[in-house]
Design a protein around this ligand. Structure first.
Ligand code: NAP
Length: 321
């Protein structure tokens, strides 16, 4: 098994940027990209808030450009999934993917977070044909339609407001009678004539019609338990995210929500393992913030490798003997 200087787990904006920086530092990073390049960005129809692209560009185009940029400096991409890691003995770290095993002096984790699912009948069946987790990606397909948004946080209101660009009406379904979202977004949502609210309700089932799309949700009142049918053309779900921490088990320190804990230098509790992007940032979730974090984590890893050069060489010699 060949030893790499740096292995990057994940290929969203944080991972792609970390790949560029470590590649330019002559470290020939290996990026374990997952099944699809770009993570969540790959399913983003248009990105209008990434600086330097005043006309916007699609998520897939942005991540393809970032990949090409990193490859030009020597980054290597493997479309593979990590099955397990062993960080217990310190560096070199052991990473097992579905097709390969790696040893790495340093690891940068940028594996992201996935949108949380409701887990109700019809959700999986209609994903892509009426159920969505991304307003930016799918709003366009709901021009002139009546849709519902599930959730009461910042994402639900921000995306709900965005969706009024396309939809005829947006009904926000929230399980309580008080929103979690910040006051500014609340004010904007309450002022928006296309937005209405259904309070104290959860979606119990998503129902479809003969056209293969969604035509209603079954709602349950969280106070009375009463069930009602609410006609709708689409269901946008924004109930938070789950960090992709499963492969790390108890080997890395996580916060109470399952996100990797890092310090200002994007160091985890394991020396030589760094993390950036949505696996450690549960607040901002922007391409631009992930790019910045990926840069910082890469620079910290480069510095750490330089500082420990002699030690790492000694370990290599012991392993070779
Ligand atoms: P969040 O703040 O965790 O809110 C999730 C919402 O979904 C909550 O209202 C929650 O209800 C509801 N929910 C959770 N599980 C549910 C379920 N199974 N069924 C029905 N409803 C459910 O998540 P988020 O809105 O994605 O925001 C995540 C972070 O990003 C936050 O820190 C947020 O401030 C930040 N963010 C900021 C902005 C911005 O500032 N512009 C935009 C987006 C996100 P309860 O309220 O009852 O728990």
């Amino acid at each position: 098994m060949k030893k790499e200087r740096v292995v990057i787990i994940g290929s969203g904006p944080a991972g792609l940027t970390a790949a560029l920086y470590t590649a330019r530092a002559q470290l020939a990073p290996v990026v374990i990209a997952g099944a699809q390049l770009g993570g969540q960005v790959a399913i983003t129809h248009e990105i209008e808030n990434y600086p330097g692209f005043p006309d916007g560009l699609s998520g897939p185009e942005l991540v393809e450009r970032m990949k090409e940029h990193a490859e030009n400096f020597g980054a290597v991409f493997e479309f593979d999934l990590v099955e397990s890691v062993d960080f217990s003995n310190g560096t070199p770290f052991h990473i097992k993917t579905m097709g390969e095993e790696y040893l790495a002096d340093a690891v940068i984790i940028t594996i992201g977070a996935d949108p949380r699912k409701l887990g109700v009948p019809g959700e999986e069946e209609y994903t892509g044909t009426g159920v969505s987790y991304c307003g930016t990606c799918d709003g366009f397909f709901f021009r002139g339609k009546d849709i519902v948004v599930v959730g009461g946080g910042d994402s639900a209101l921000e995306e709900g407001i965005f969706l009024t660009r396309f939809a005829n009406s947006v009904n926000v379904i929230h399980r309580r009678d008080e929103l979690r979202a910040g006051i500014q977004l609340q004010t904007r949502a309450f002022k928006n004539e296309k937005i209405s609210f259904t309070w104290n309700a959860v979606v119990d089932e998503i129902l479809g019609g003969e056209n293969g799309g969604v035509n209603a949700v079954r709602l349950k009142d969280t106070v009375t338990g009463e069930e009602t049918l609410h006609p709708t053309d689409g269901v946008f779900i924004f109930i938070g995210h789950d960090p992709n921490n499963a492969v790390f088990g108890d080997q890395i320190a996580l916060n109470e929500n399952g996100y990797i804990i890092t310090d200002q230098r994007y160091r985890t509790n394991v020396e030589g393992v760094f993390a950036a992007g949505e696996i450690q940032d549960e607040i901002w979730r922007q391409v631009a913030t992930s790019v910045g974090q990926g840069t910082s984590a890469a620079m910290a890893a480069i510095q750490w490798l330089e500082e420990h050069e002699a030690e790492l060489q000694e370990l290599d010699e012991v392993a070779a003997a």
